[in-house]
Design a binder for this molecule. Structure first.
Ligand SMILES: *Cc1c(COP(=O)(O)O)cnc(C)c1O
Length: 366
């Protein structure tokens, strides 16, 4: 039973909070007033109830299955967004006398670096800032520190439109990844990471939940002055129920995990994302009227950034696109240009609509 409002939905290219799968929204809408078999809204039940614990455990089990998360990792559902992880990671892992390595690939990486510096010693072991963050550094550019507490990376640079094609080799040092904008956009080898964290609002669910996948040996390292809410250990010991979590967000995240499974798992999701992004990049590269801002080997499948010949033309593009029902294409205010965010839930028909629009816009303005 499609909801009456589904037919009025426009093409939403927002970078985050971003589109959710329509079946997820429809199920949430159907069950909002009374969860089947429960007789109460998911918004009204105790986080200590059996119903909610089952919801949480099922969401975690589905995420574990989806990503093949090894048993010696914990899956946590925290709050404070990816931004709080910028602080929480060093507060837990960067002890006195230790140093952490950071790879600077964009604005979010830079923010993570600034927060870590408040906690301890940080080595920026590579940066592509001089190239306007248009590329991912090569392995041979990383000046890794022997004995570092961890290496921090940003798997997808949401603002600049670049993405690592494979994690860097960091030896036995724990690799910590901010995967907010491409988590579960394809298979992930969790075993290569110490921590993977992601704000949910791009690829997993609504804002207000942060997924943290953490290797067990990295839990319990926070010093005595770290506030209890910022200690991974307390959340791991309490299955993310130390205090009241974002119950509704976790519910939606659970529905999204089931939807990802129904797509055929992360391999199939990756194929869809490659096809969708491939269509857009092909259009960008077709004549030179549009110019992709990321170097080709570093292009993101999630955030597709491009420019037109002038800022004036970009303004017209954005205005006409919005009028045509293509919303959210304006690039981040810090870099300008255009950005089409096409996360997992973004339908291929929306990509086709944008490609058609771009063709027509070029015909009229080229
Ligand atoms: C959106 C984003 C963030 C910020 O996430 P919040 O949940 O708003 O704190 C951090 N890192 C990356 C890569 C992002 O895309």
């Amino acid at each position: 039973m499609p909801s009456t409002s589904a037919s009025t939905r426009i093409h939403n290219f927002s970078a985050g909070p971003a589109m959710l799968p329509l079946p997820v929204l429809e199920q949430a809408q159907r069950d909002l007033v009374s969860l089947p078999g429960v007789g109460m809204s998911v918004l009204e039940i105790s986080h200590r109830s059996k119903t909610f614990e089952d919801l949480l455990d099922t969401a975690i089990a589905d995420i574990r299955g989806l990503a093949g998360i090894p048993p010696h990792y914990k899956v946590l559902m925290l709050q404070g967004g990816a931004t709080l992880q910028f602080s929480m990671v060093p507060m837990n892992l960067l002890g006195a006398g230790a140093a952490a390595d950071y790879i600077d690939t964009g604005s979010w990486a830079d923010k993570a670096i600034k927060e870590a510096k408040k906690v301890g010693t940080v080595n920026v072991v590579a940066t592509t800032k001089a190239d306007q963050y248009a590329r991912i550094p090569r392995q041979d550019e990383l000046k890794l520190t022997a004995g570092a507490a961890y290496v921090h990376m940003t798997t997808n640079n949401t603002i600049e439109g670049t993405e690592w094609k494979a994690p860097p080799n960091v030896g036995s040092v724990p690799l910590v990844a901010d995967a907010s904008s491409n988590i579960f956009s394809g298979p992930i080898d969790v075993g290569r990471f110490g921590i993977v964290y992601a704000g949910a609002q791009k690829n997993l669910g609504p804002s207000g939940v942060t997924l943290v996948i953490i290797r067990e040996d990295l839990i319990g390292r926070a010093g005595p002055t770290v506030p209890i809410m910022l200690d991974y250990k307390i959340h791991a010991e309490n299955n993310s129920l130390y205090n009241t979590p974002n119950t509704f967000g976790i519910y939606i995240l659970g529905l999204t995990a089931k939807w990802l499974k129904s797509q055929g798992g992360l391999e199939a999701v990756a194929r869809n994302n490659q096809r969708k992004a491939g269509k857009l990049y092909a259009e960008i590269d077709r004549t030179g009227f549009y110019r992709g801002t990321a170097q080709k080997d570093s292009r993101s499948l999630m955030n597709i950034t491009f420019r037109l010949g002038s800022e004036a033309l970009e303004k017209i593009f954005e205005k006409d696109a919005t009028a045509a029902g293509l919303d959210g294409l304006k690039g981040h205010r810090s870099v300008g240009g255009m950005r089409a965010s096409i996360y997992n839930a973004f339908p291929e028909a929306g990509v086709d609509a944008l490609v058609d629009f771009m063709r027509e816009f070029e015909r009229k303005n080229g």
